[in-house]
Design a protein around this ligand. Structure first.
Ligand code: PLP
Length: 382
């Protein structure tokens, strides 16, 4: 396709706004888009570095951590995941990973590729990890690292990190937590829970564009990286090298993605303005409204209330959807109403939808728009 056509397509996309109610990206506030459209600064310009300092400070607050090494990595959440494992693990190291969905499974894959000996502690998709099984695996294998997902986006399950993290620390292990979907939607407390390395993404409850992964490493984790016998295999993700720029000396490592960081700064400002208490409540209220509004249409939640995420709800599908083919109904929602909802992943493909109410979209009015569109698509004459 010639570049001129690409431009035309981009312009067309701009004129057809979507209501992004899938597992991410979520809709971005106009002020974030405006921030991203600002003229560029150089990545060593004092004005930009001042803004970056502010972004790092805000990320520490959002992660509830004093960790000096807290920064927006220049890539998506998967790079944050990879950064944790390639820095903390050396070939032959033991790692225990909780797997109750796609992203726990992906952690295990990444750790294996880093040459680690992986013990997977599996749980049924739709349930939280079995804490006793995790603790038993930690005690019996004495791993260097224990890793699991806070908010499993493939199932909609929230994992309470405290018991597993404590057991891991009691055995001297480092704890890695995936906060891609949880950060800025529900409280994250890295220092309170004893987490050593965590990563997130900007396109979920932060409601910024995809492309950055906020990460945080504790001093224990940084020391473990310094004590490695082999250099970190990835040059780009080596925390020691990243620290040269983000740690304060501002030594060139790679060119920071200026526009994305402008957007993140604005997204973080919106989170701070609202406050996490109100923001958490807003996510919970929107999720409750979703279940109430879609129950009369035959949708029911996959996950039990006590471990259900507010920002991502997995819904069992009624016959009115499966009879038409769930993918056809999703396509109609997109084409006729501009609404995106997510398909089930892995073992849940074809069985559930994943409805995101993340960041800017965690509003009862998003739910009402979805409900009206579904009523239109599922009515007998549709
Ligand atoms: C829990 C979780 N971890 C990791 C990722 C990977 O993030 P990204 O797609 O930004 O690379 C995702 C993305 O959906 C996720 O939901």
């Amino acid at each position: 396709m010639p570049a001129t056509e690409l431009t035309e397509n981009t312009e067309k996309t701009d004129s057809r706004p979507r209501l992004l109610m899938g597992p991410g990206p979520s809709n971005v506030h106009p002020s974030v888009l405006k921030a991203m459209a600002q003229p560029l600064l150089g990545h060593l310009d004092p004005e930009f570095l001042h803004l970056l300092d502010g972004v790092q400070h805000s990320l520490r607050q959002l992660f509830s951590t004093q960790n000096r090494f807290t920064l927006p990595l220049s890539a998506t959440g998967s790079a944050g995941m990879e950064a944790c494992f390639v820095n903390l693990l050396e070939p032959g190291d033991r790692v225990v990973i909780g797997v109750n969905g796609v992203f726990g499974g992906r952690m295990a894959d990444v750790a294996q590729r880093a040459g680690a000996k992986v013990t997977r502690v599996e749980a049924h998709w739709g349930l939280p990890l079995d804490e006793e099984a995790m603790v038993a695996a930690i005690r019996s294998t004495q791993p260097k690292v224990v890793a699991f997902v806070h908010a499993e986006t493939s199932t909609g399950v929230c994992q309470n990190p405290e018991t597993i993290a404590r057991a891991a620390r009691d055995q001297g292990a480092l704890v890695v937590l995936d906060c891609v979907t949880s950060l800025a939607g529900i409280p994250v407390d890295l220092d309170g829970w004893g987490i050593d390395a965590a990563y997130s993404g900007t396109q979920k409850c932060l409601s910024c564009a995809p492309g950055l992964s906020p990460v945080s490493f504790s001093e224990r984790a940084i020391q473990a990286v310094s004590a490695r016998t082999h250099p970190v295999q990835s040059w780009f993700l080596d925390v020691g090298l990243l620290d040269g720029y983000y740690g304060g000396d501002r030594v060139y490592h790679h060119t920071a993605p200026i526009s994305a960081i402008f957007g993140l700064a604005q997204g973080l400002a919106r989170v701070e303005e609202e406050g996490m208490e109100k923001r958490t409540l807003r996510h919970k209220e929107a999720a409750a409204h979703l279940l109430e509004s879609l129950a009369p249409l035959g949708f029911s939640p996959l996950v039990a209330a006590e471990c259900r995420l507010p920002m991502l709800t997995t819904l069992n599908l009624p016959g009115s959807v499966t009879n038409q083919g769930e993918a056809n109904v999703r396509r109609s929602l997109l084409q006729n109403h501009g609404i995106e909802v997510g398909a089930g992943l892995g073992a849940l493909a074809g069985k559930v939808w994943r409805v995101g109410l993340m960041g800017e979209n965690a509003q009862t009015k998003s739910v009402d728009t979805l409900r009206s569109a579904l009523e239109a698509e599922l009515s007998p004459g549709a």
